[in-house]
Design a protein around this ligand. Structure first.
Ligand code: NDP
Length: 444
């Protein structure tokens, strides 16, 4: 058996109850097979892939908090510090009832390669809890965040591990987490990113993942001789990534016509009204059904199915495995040109394969959504310098990073004879830098 197959088989046995983690590992190891097999014995002797797929540290803890009725609630908290070969651990915190160790491990593993792709000195980590923020009061959110940080603070630090937001963690939660960290440690340091502007946050961090997704999409289309202007786009999700993807798509002359949340989706043939969407999701924290009340031409559909809308581009920005094979088939049938992932691993492995085999340009999340973490790293730089850059400065750096990532993944795919396979390109380009650093640092 080849070394790659051996390790995949071992990961499946060892992590049998974690399908998302296995999926992420399989995708990466399949892509880097060509690199590993060029020097298989050396990698095997170093147990290199076993080390790459085993987190450096997993922290799991109890998060007790008291709800508004005075009842004690208990959630489980996680921080997976996956790989620090190229810098301090960096990656978001997710608050969602579906969170368990396998989700955090898959996200942490993906983060290692994503962070490497940004070209910035950041390692990979991820954390979160099975706490469900939906329907909770501000005080309940605060009490949860304070309890979560009361344990987490022991393991993080500006040069050690710097968490950020993810699903269910936005400016409000980061504020509560930061307040508690500072209170316990007495340190005013850049230990979290996505902070508010009045206490060390970076301009353009809120927009960064969505904007970055569109900068990469634009550049990738350009490499393929296609202009993004005038293209229709289907976006899924209605959170931080989706909202700013829609906003930037419009600024670049494309027309996004959909968005979705966990209960249903909107089709607005006139183009999504982004100001209305922000009002509903960022201010009122309400459901998408409110959108159609204000836009009579728009349709609301229960459940899933955004892929049924015929558009040129498809930008999944909600959650993992939201685009199944059935959806991919519909996209191909409708002549979709490109799928670029704003979310982490939103496309199943069989759907990805189908899209690629049918000539759809496919950009994986670890490249396409790297603008968020890249701008978080820019926030860390500003914190270290005790300086704040302008929106235009940060946005220009973000754009340059996304353009560089696009060319790096294209070049890596070409170098190994897989032109146009941006999944392979992203995994190989991300892997090479981490591998160099791991080899130089010995068996640790
Ligand atoms: P938000 O919490 O702001 O928004 C998430 C959106 O996705 C909401 O509309 C939510 O609907 C929907 N959603 C969440 N879970 C599910 C589910 N199980 N089924 C259907 N819809 C769901 O999160 P973000 O926008 O920050 O994150 C979206 C994706 O982008 C995630 O995969 C995240 O890991 C990834 N990402 C985020 C980055 C960031 O900077 N924020 C950076 C890089 C990647 P509802 O409100 O109904 O739950």
């Amino acid at each position: 058996m080849s070394y790659v197959d051996e390790v995949i088989a071992g990961v499946k046995v060892k992590n049998a109850a974690e399908p998302e983690f296995i999926q992420a590992v399989e995708e990466v190891l399949e892509s880097i097979r060509v690199v590993i097999e060029s020097d298989e014995e050396k990698y095997r002797k170093l147990a290199f892939l076993e080390r790459l797929t085993e987190p450096e540290r997993i922290i799991m803890f109890r998060v007790p908090w008291i709800d508004d009725q005075g009842n004690v609630q208990v959630n489980r908290g996680y921080r997976v510090q996956f790989n620090s070969a190229i810098g301090p651990y960096k990656g978001g915190l997710r608050l969602h009832p579906s969170v368990y160790l396998g989700i955090i491990k898959f996200l942490g593993f993906e983060q290692v390669f994503k962070n490497s792709l940004t070209g910035l000195p950041i390692g990979g980590g991820k954390g979160g809890s099975d706490f469900d923020p939906k329907g909770k009061s501000d005080n309940e959110i605060m009490r949860f965040c304070q309890s979560f940080m009361t344990e987490l603070y022991k393991y993080i630090g500006a040069d050690e591990d710097v968490p950020a937001g993810d699903i269910g963690v936005g400016a409000r939660e980061i504020g509560f987490l930061y307040g508690q960290y500072k209170r316990i440690t007495n340190l005013y340091e850049g230990v979290l990113t996505g902070k508010g502007l009045s206490y060390g946050g970076s301009l353009a961090r809120t927009q960064a993942t969505g904007y970055g997704l569109l900068y990469l999409t634009q550049e990738l289309l350009k490499l393929n001789g296609i202009d993004i202007a005038g293209k229709t786009a289907a976006v899924t999700g209605a959170g931080n990534v989706a909202i700013y993807a829609i906003e930037k798509a419009q600024q670049l002359g494309a027309k996004p016509v959909t968005c979705s949340d966990s209960t249903g989706w909107i089709y607005d043939p006139d183009g999504i009204d982004v100001a209305l969407l922000k009002e509903i999701k960022e201010v009122k924290r309400a459901r998408l059904t409110e959108y159609t009340a204000a836009r009579p031409n728009a349709e609301y559909h229960e459940g899933k199915g955004v892929w049924n809308v015929k558009t040129d581009l498809y930008l999944p920005c909600a959650t993992q495995n939201e685009l199944p094979l059935e959806g991919a088939k519909k996209l191909v049938e409708n002549g979709c040109i490109a799928v670029c992932e704003g979310a982490n691993m939103p496309t199943t492995l069989d759907a990805t394969k189908y899209l690629q085999e049918n000539g759809v340009i496919f950009a994986p999340g670890k490249a396409a959504n790297a603008g968020g973490v890249a701008t978080s790293a820019l926030e860390m730089s500003q914190n270290s310098e005790r300086l704040s850059w302008t929106f235009e400065e940060v946005d220009a750096k973000l754009k340059q990073i996304m353009v560089n990532i696009t060319h790096n993944i294209d070049n890596a795919a070409r170098k190994y004879g897989m032109e146009g396979n941006y999944v392979a390109g992203a995994n190989i380009a991300g892997f090479e830098k981490v591998a160099d650093a791991m080899k130089a640092q010995g068996v640790v």
